[in-house]
Design a protein around this ligand. Structure first.
Ligand SMILES: N[C@@H](CCC(=O)N[C@@H](CS)C(=O)NCC(=O)O)C(=O)O
Length: 247
């Protein structure tokens, strides 16, 4: 029975799970749960994940949600997954777990809240919330500083001083990749000061090519669409202002 992955590629943790499977040659069927069409709220999907979030998997009779748990399961169950993704060494494993737990209440909270309250708000039918965005930016910048000064300290190109990526690198980098949809000036202000983080994103991308780029295509497509519609509305409002000033 083929592993089923319920995912929306606009979701950061969904992308991490899909890239992991592709990089490790794990056969799977991708079942798209389109969040913009609210398919995650359907009764059929509730049966897969009662929490109504993506990603979720079904492996035979076994169902699982929460991306970190899914990545750990896949790394342990499928033969052929290289040890560096989730090392058998228990000390290394515990450190990876520590990064993953930290991620959920820090980087993820800051990044997702900032993007939803800025670039993605109109597309999601939400009002931009500048106060929530400002709070989230503080959280996000502080998380990036901690990645730079703590998790990436050491000689390797990856988290915890490693020379090869683990599931934590993939999970955190996929989270950061959503910043691509931001306005260039917002993205540069937030990511610009963190040179090590930028190098690490590139290292993770290189280590998981071509799948990383393929799975992230949708993010760049959304970015293009958001920016084209923003330019269009700015041009329209510029034309209106010009017309009004002539009246
Ligand atoms: N902790 C979860 C987070 C899952 C999550 O937040 N998924 C989002 C997409 S990135 C979702 O399904 N949102 C729909 C909703 O919460 O209504 C994980 O790592 O899998």
């Amino acid at each position: 029975m083929t592993l089923k992955i319920y995912a929306d590629r606009m979701s950061q943790p969904s992308r991490a799970v899909i890239i992991f499977c592709k990089v490790n040659g794990i056969d799977f069927e991708e079942i798209r749960i389109d969040l913009s069409k609210r398919q995650h709220l359907s009764p059929e999907f509730k049966d897969i994940n009662p929490m109504r979030q993506v990603p979720a998997i079904v492996d035979g009779r076994f169902k699982l949600f929460e991306s970190h748990a899914i990545l750990i399961y896949l790394a342990c169950v499928f033969p052929g997954v290289a040890d560096h993704w989730y090392p058998t060494d228990l000390f290394k494993r515990a450190k990876i777990q520590s990064v993953l737990d930290w991620h959920h209440s820090n980087l993820r909270r800051g990044a997702a809240t900032f993007v939803v309250n800025t670039a993605l708000a109109p597309a999601l039918g939400l009002q931009r919330n500048p106060q929530a965005a400002a709070e989230a930016e503080k959280h996000l910048s502080s998380s990036l500083s901690k990645i730079e000064s703590f998790w990436l300290k050491g000689s390797g190109h990856f988290l915890l001083g490693s020379n090869q990526p683990s599931i934590a690198d993939l999970s955190l980098v996929c989270e950061i990749m959503q910043l691509e949809v931001l306005d260039e000036k917002d993205r540069n202000r937030i990511l610009g000061p963190h040179k090590k983080v930028q190098q690490w994103i590139e290292s993770t991308r290189n280590a998981t090519r071509p799948h990383f780029d393929e799975v992230h295509k949708i993010v760049f497509k959304v970015k293009e669409r958001l920016h084209t519609s923003k330019e269009k509305s700015e041009t329209e409002s510029g034309v209106k202002t010009a017309l009004n000033s002539k009246m």
